[in-house]
Design a protein around this ligand. Structure first.
Ligand SMILES: [Mg+2]
Length: 247
């Protein structure tokens, strides 16, 4: 791997920086994580960005008062290092799909529709026996929207979203801008969506690190390195901060 001082760090949030909880609003954000991110961002001349399926406003609440460069909603919202926010309006086409998924969630206790405006995430973590039907309804509404939309698989969640942007385009967009440009991207994430970010980072000669993969059966990753979980990543980031500060 290239020297850490030359890195641009891209970090997924759920399952990577914070543990996944039973429901998306039930997560606990360790207080020290914001401080750790601020410290690393300082060492990397600001080249540290979050890449998440969460809205930007939620990421800012998690790590307040820090407002990092970040992609929210898989890149439908993206804040550059200079603070400028780009938003893609993806909400327009989703009306009928939203109503059908709301009906499904109401009829299947334990499932939860997370309405992110531009994307719709159907969670079945509390209703694993509804998975098959959840897949069917998602496939039906996706087909009704045409080829611009896809269903993104996550951990006990199916998310209806446009194919673009995704974590690959997020990395490419940041890498075209200061202070990321001319640095070597290191992308760290835990889920299937992160594989797009991994591929992008590797395309720039960078590195992909997958978190917690060995806990999942049957899934493989194209990442070159792995960390066992959120806590191990926190320790790794702390060690990275020490290494960067001691230069
Ligand atoms: Mg994740």
């Amino acid at each position: 791997m290239s020297p850490p001082a030359s890195w641009a760090l891209f970090l997924d949030v759920d399952g990577t920086l914070i543990e996944i909880a039973d429901a998306p609003d039930a997560v606990h954000v360790d207080e020290h994580v914001g401080g750790l991110l601020a410290r690393l961002s300082g060492c990397l001349n600001g080249a540290l960005a979050l890449a998440s399926g969460r809205p930007l406003a939620v990421l800012d609440r998690f790590f307040a008062p820090l407002e990092l460069p970040a992609a929210g909603l898989h890149g439908l919202e993206r804040r550059s290092a200079d603070g400028h926010v780009n938003r893609t309006d993806g909400a327009l086409a989703l009306g009928p799909a939203r109503r059908e998924l709301e009906r499904f969630a109401a009829a299947h206790p334990g499932t939860l529709l997370e309405d992110k405006s531009a994307t719709l995430a159907l969670h079945y973590r509390r209703a694993a026996d509804a998975e098959t039907e959840a897949r069917e309804v998602m496939e039906r509404v996706r087909a009704s929207l045409g080829p611009a939309y896809g269903v993104q698989e996550g951990k006990m969640v199916l998310e209806l979203k446009p194919h673009r942007p995704n974590k690959r385009t997020v990395v490419e967009d940041f890498m075209a801008e200061a202070p990321f440009r001319d640095r070597v991207p290191v992308f760290i994430g835990d889920d299937i969506t992160d594989e797009d970010g991994f591929a992008a980072a590797q395309g720039y000669g960078g590195t992909a690190i997958v978190v917690g993969l060995q806990r999942e059966t049957g899934r493989t990753s194209n990442a070159q390195y792995g960390l066992s979980g959120v806590r191990e990543l926190h320790r790794w980031l702390e060690a990275l901060g020490e290494r960067l500060e001691s230069r």
